[in-house]
Write a protein that binds this ligand. Structure first.
Ligand code: GUN
Length: 297
């Protein structure tokens, strides 16, 4: 393996330790940061994510206000809870875990969250502010990608960043952040997707390749420029009879071949994943600080 491993766990730990001081300071001043967490149903992956988010809050001293609702919860009930969290002065961030069951419109729920508490950064107001380069909440996974690049000493400025995937959660906001006129941006950005005819034409030009397509082995070593930085946002289950659970997790990049060509690469698991939750905590702390400032104290 030629590539240096960019380990998200260690980077996340470092950021969490820095957050701890800010949380202690806020709590001393009477504003303990609070995160409202809503889970509808019992999807195993969503439950795992929500549990991990709550555990992380507890470890750092962020108060979490937990709502676990049955699968058949009506949309009106969820909107009522969001409204309650919007009005709750002790809650600075609101997270409604996606996906939601069919009877609930994720769009309506996302838009019901107060943009000043939208620590996921999914509300159209935050996405609009992001596009315009205004103060906003950065969506957590793209923010985590930027933190990994920073920790690896990779400056996007002047580089060609190629993103595979155009989701509202990762591809689109990440493209916006990397093209932004600031020190974490200034890259030339190409966004590829399922209708891109020959993906490798683009991926081979990438100084920084980010895979967020949701499909294993979307990018293989032969599709990379030698020395490229490869960031893998994917989390896919593949059957593996040698594992107790019967599967293992892999990313969107074929790690074995890509790590022979790239200069740096993130593993899956243990790459971008730990950063996503960390940036959610960071946004919650930032929201509590902004809340204090708005109150003029
Ligand atoms: N489902 C998968 N990722 C996310 C996320 O970052 N936030 C929320 N709310 N739901 C998700």
């Amino acid at each position: 393996m030629a590539a240096k491993l960019l380990e998200g766990k260690a980077i996340a730990q470092d950021i969490r330790e820095r957050l701890r001081g800010r949380i202690e300071e806020l709590t001393r001043q009477g504003t303990q940061p609070g995160l409202g967490v809503v889970l509808v149903g019992s999807d195993p992956a969503s439950s795992t994510y929500v549990n991990a988010k709550e555990r992380a809050c507890e470890e750092l001293g962020i108060k979490s206000v937990d709502h676990r609702l049955p699968e058949d919860t009506p949309e009106t009930e969820l909107l009522r809870i969001v409204d309650e969290l919007n009005r709750d002065d002790t809650v600075h961030g609101i997270l409604v875990q996606l996906p939601l069951p069919d009877q609930i419109s994720a769009d309506r729920v996302t838009m019901a969250i107060d943009p000043d508490k939208d620590v996921d950064g999914f509300h159209p107001v935050n996405l609009g502010r992001l596009l315009r380069g205004q103060e906003c909440f950065w969506p957590c996974t793209p923010h985590g990608v930027l933190e990994i690049l920073r920790a690896g000493g990779v400056k996007p400025e002047g580089k060609h960043a190629v993103i595979v995937g155009r989701s509202n959660i990762v591809g689109k906001p990440l493209a916006t952040m990397l093209m932004q006129k600031n020190e974490t941006g200034n890259a030339t950005v190409t966004v590829c997707h399922t209708r891109t005819p020959d993906l490798s034409v683009y991926t081979r030009q990438a100084d920084i390749l980010i895979a967020a397509a949701g499909k294993a082995a979307t990018v293989t070593g032969d599709m990379l420029k030698p020395g490229a930085v490869a960031i893998d946002v994917g989390v896919n289950r593949v059957d593996d009879a040698t594992k107790k659970k019967g599967y293992r997790l892999v990313g969107d990049i074929d790690f074995a071949s890509a790590s022979e060509v790239a200069s740096m690469i993130t593993p899956v698991p243990g790459g971008v994943g730990p950063l996503t939750i960390t940036m959610l905590l960071a946004n919650t702390v930032l929201s509590a600080e902004r809340h204090r400032e708005r109150r003029g104290r």
